[in-house]
Structure formats: structure tokens, C-alpha cells
Design a protein around this ligand. Structure first.
Ligand code: XIL
Length: 468
């Protein structure tokens, strides 16, 4: 496994990570180097809790921290953050019916498989999303004319095939998505109109049969607070349980608007928990009217904190998933014109105040990261038996640079042989790289990168980098 991690230097020096029980592959990566092992043993996580990745902070609270992902982006900085900060992944689109069976009988599992493989390589769990929905279905399905019997068969076959394909590998499935209208009546969909309300019980039963170990969820939006819609969901779950239909949890999507976090969120989570089901916040984002300002971003941080804290406060709330961790991978600007900046990282992968809000709710720092900062991120982009290619990205958000220098000290004898887009010198283990004449300027909201080739042997631990 490639060891490729990054270091944020705008915050205090990065703490070595505490060991985690649920992430054996990442721990293995850490302890392959003697230097890393020494650091691990001398870690003082309490003093540096702010620097632990969100997944570790969450795990210490018995929770999971997740993100929706796009499979094709899981390399470079996007892949590093997804792997480092989160321990649940949800495919944003890859497992929807329209994605996996675009024409009848022709299946495309490429992106879904890629996400599941990535998760397993990074000690993460996958939440499957979604099996039965009114949206993003293939046109052959929505345009077809089906009898009830045919529709029931299509539903059963789809669930048996997709759930069965990942049997034993997925932690949970959003079996039914968005079954309700705002007033708590059932949404008129292909499924409801063809099969009646019992399509829900049928789908859950089929999913349980196809993978008895996956937790089965019903997922919806605008059900975060106590209201007519969430009460309809509550009544449905209660009646399913009374009937013995398999139902393990409810997903509260939580596509929220700045200033509109429901005050009854925790109370609502608790009432579902009291029914005997798990609750997950499955698609959290908090959108704001653009442009984003420092004041709005600070308010957003408080609201992310409040949502995560509500989950932390209820033991049956299993975790929080953000619907994309970076503004560059968010659905909001496409669907809600004029709105955006809804996720915890900006478009250049710099953590926003919202990141600090989440960390704080999970027991991390009480000081949100600075709103204006430039950061340097080191990553290994390619590695072979004796050498590797590295990349450093310098990104600014709320700040800018007219020149820069990045320094680090290698811990395992690595030696740089060649650099591009920077002038690098190495004296013993100490490396110093200064901007080239053409890339000293990093504007607010912009980034530059430089690369290098280097040798390694034994281990190739990622150094902490500082930006001067
Ligand atoms: C969204 C995706 O993020 C977009 O890329 C896609 O174009 C539309 O669907 N509720 C859900 C998610 O359950 O599947 C939706 O995801 C967002 C709303």
C-alpha cells in the first residue's frame, strides 16, 4: 500500500495519530517506518486533539464520520482527504439504479466497485445508496408500462442483484429513499402508484434476504426536526417494527440552509432511537447564499457543530456523513442557483471554519482553524521499489502569498534527485524548496504545486511540512 498522507501547516504542528481499532490498513501504513512507530508510541493525543483527523475524533466518541464521494476523483488531494478524514463513504451517485443498469440488463459497476475497493483499502465502511427511489432511475424503467406483478419482480430482482453483489461488504443500505411528501403523505412514485405503500416493506424484506449483515435504512430529507414529515416517517418505522419487517435505521439527510438548523434535531433523533432503530445523519450540507463571507462561514461552523453535537448526544445516532467534503464536489450550486459553499472544505481543499465546527463537536479543538490561511500539503503521487514522485500543493484561502518556501525534514533517509516548479536544496535530511520565478504568487482562493523525484529505501514516511 502506498503511504500518502498530507500535513496542514496553518495549524499547530501535527500530532502523531492515536491507534484506531477500525482501521488496520492505515495503522499498518504508519508502523512500517521505525520513525513513525516511535512517534506513535510517544503520541500525546490529548494535547493535540485538534490535529487528529475527523474519523479519529469521531471514533473516540463511538461515532463514524462519513462523506459522499465521486469514484473518479479518489486520487491526489481528494483521495488523501477522503481516506484520511472519513471512515464512512457513500457513493454520491454510483450505486443508483440509473448508474448501475443504464439500459436493461446491461450493468456498470465500475465506479461502485472502485469506491468499495477504496474504502476497504482505507479501513472505511460503505453506506450503499440507494435502491428504491423516484429519481435517477434508468429511462427504460421509468418509461416502461408495467403491471404490479412486473413492477414487484423488477424491484425484487434489482435488490437481490445489487445487494447480493456487495453481500458482506457494505455496512448499511439506504433501501428506500425519500418516500414522503412534506405533509407526511406518501409521495406518488412509480413504486407507490404500482405497488401501494407496501413497496417499502417489500424492498426491506428483499434487502435483508440478499445481505443479512447490512443495516437497512429509510432515508429522507426535511425530516431532521419534529414535523409532519418526520412524524410520518416515525409512524411508518413503528408500524414496520410492529409487523416484523426488517428496519434497522433512519437516515436524516440534513440538506440544510444557513440559519435554519431545526431546534428539535436532537429531540427528533432521540424519538427514533427510542423506537429501537439507529439514526444516521446521511447527507449533511449547509448551504448559504453566495458570496460566502467570513461572518456566514463562522455561522456555518457553529451550525455544523450543532448538528454533529446532536448526533454525539444520542447513543443510537451512529454517525454523520457530509454530502461531499469539498465545495468543488457539492451538488448545491447545480441544484440551488445562487447558493453554495455548503461543505467543510473549500474548492481548493483548504479546511473551512466548518471543519473546525465538526472537530469541536467531536471533542477536538475549541479554536476553529483560522479563516484566512495558506497551507502546504505534501503527498506521494507515485512510488516504486527505490524511488518515488512527490507533490506539494500550496493553497490559500482568505490570504495570499507573493513568494513562498516549503521546508521539511526526512525521517528515513529519502533523498531528492530532481525538482520542478521549485528550487529545492537538501542538506542531510533537511529539505528546503523555494518558488520558481513563475509561481511565487498564490492568490486568495488559488493554489500552485511543485513536484520532485526522490529515492527511498526501507520505508517512506510522510514528513511534516512547514510553509515559510
Ligand atoms: C444528488 C447528487 O449529489 C448529484 O450529483 C445528482 O446530480 C443528484 O443527486 N438526496 C439524495 C442524494 O438522496 O442521492 C442526492 O444526490 C441529493 C439529495
Amino acid at each position: 500500500m502506498r503511504t500518502s498522507r498530507s500535513s496542514r501547516t496553518s495549524r499547530t504542528s501535527r500530532a502523531p495519530r492515536a491507534p484506531r481499532s477500525s482501521v488496520p490498513s492505515r495503522l499498518t501504513a504508519l508502523v512500517t517506518g521505525a520513525a513513525a512507530l516511535g512517534a506513535l508510541l510517544t503520541a500525546a493525543p490529548a494535547a493535540h486533539a485538534a490535529d487528529l483527523p475527523l474519523r479519529d475524533l469521531a471514533a473516540a466518541k463511538g461515532k463514524a464520520m462519513g462523506t459522499a464521494v465521486t469514484g473518479s476523483k479518489l486520487t491526489g488531494t481528494y483521495g488523501e482527504i477522503a481516506g484520511r478524514e472519513f471512515n464512512w463513504l457513500t457513493p454520491g451517485n454510483a450505486m443508483k439504479w440509473g448508474s448501475v443498469e443504464p439500459t436493461r440488463g446491461n450493468f456498470n459497476w465500475t465506479e461502485a466497485d472502485q469506491i468499495v475497493d477504496f474504502a476497504e483499502a482505507h479501513g472505511q465502511e460503505v453506506r450503499g445508496h440507494t435502491l428504491v427511489w423516484h429519481s435517477q432511475n434508468p429511462s427504460w424503467l421509468t418509461n416502461g408500462t408495467w403491471t404490479s406483478a412486473q413492477l414487484g419482480q423488477l424491484l425484487n430482482d434489482h435488490i437481490a442483484l445489487e445487494v447480493g453483489r456487495y453481500k458482506g461488504r457494505l455496512a448499511a443500505w439506504d433501501v428506500v429513499n425519500e418516500p414522503f411528501n412534506e405533509d407526511g403523505t406518501y409521495r406518488q412514485t412509480l413504486w407507490y402508484n404500482g405497488l401501494g405503500a407496501d413497496y417499502i416493506a417489500q424492498a426491506l424484506t428483499a434487502a435483508r434476504a440478499a445481505d443479512p449483515s447490512a443495516k437497512l435504512y429509510i432515508n429522507d430529507y426535511n425530516v431532521e426536526g419534529v414535523n409532519a414529515k418526520s412524524t410520518a416517517l416515525y409512524n411508518l418505522v413503528r408500524s414496520l417494527k410492529e409487523r416484523g419487517v426488517p428496519i434497522d435505521g433512519v437516515g436524516l439527510q440534513a440538506h440544510l440552509i444557513l440559519g435554519q438548523v431545526p431546534s428539535t434535531l436532537q429531540q427528533n433523533i432521540q424519538r427514533f432511537a427510542d423506537l429501537g432503530v439507529d439514526v444516521a445523519i446521511t447527507e449533511l450540507d449547509i448551504r448559504m447564499q453566495l458570496p460566502a463571507t467570513a461572518a456566514k462561514l463562522a455561522q456555518q461552523a457553529d451550525e455544523y457543530k450543532a448538528v454533529v453535537a446532536a448526533c454525539v448526544a444520542v447513543s443510537r445516532c451512529t454517525g454523520v456523513t457530509v454530502w461531499g467534503f469539498t465545495d468543488s464536489d457539492s451538488w448545491i450550486p447545480d441544484v440551488f442557483p445562487g447558493y453554495g459553499a455548503a461543505t467543510p472544505y473549500d474548492e481548493n481543499y483548504a479546511p473551512k471554519p466548518a471543519y473546525g465546527g465538526i472537530a469541536t463537536a467531536l471533542g477536538g479543538t475549541t479554536t476553529p482553524p483560522p479563516t484566512g490561511a495558506c497551507t502546504a500539503t505534501y503527498s506521494v503521487t507515485n512510488q516504486w521499489n527505490t524511488g518515488f514522485t512527490g507533490q506539494v500543493r500550496i493553497a490559500c484561502s482568505g490570504a495570499s502569498l507573493s513568494s513562498w518556501k516549503v521546508n521539511w525534514t526526512y525521517g528515513a533517509g529519502q533523498r531528492i534527485s530532481q525538482a520542478w516548479n521549485a528550487t529545492c536544496t537538501q542538506t542531510d535530511a533537511a529539505v528546503s524548496c523555494a518558488n520558481a520565478s513563475w509561481n511565487g504568487t498564490v492568490p486568495d482562493g488559488g493554489s500552485v504545486t511543485f513536484g520532485f523525484n526522490a529515492s527511498w529505501s526501507g520505508s517512506n514516511p510522510v514528513p511534516a511540512v512547514t510553509l515559510g
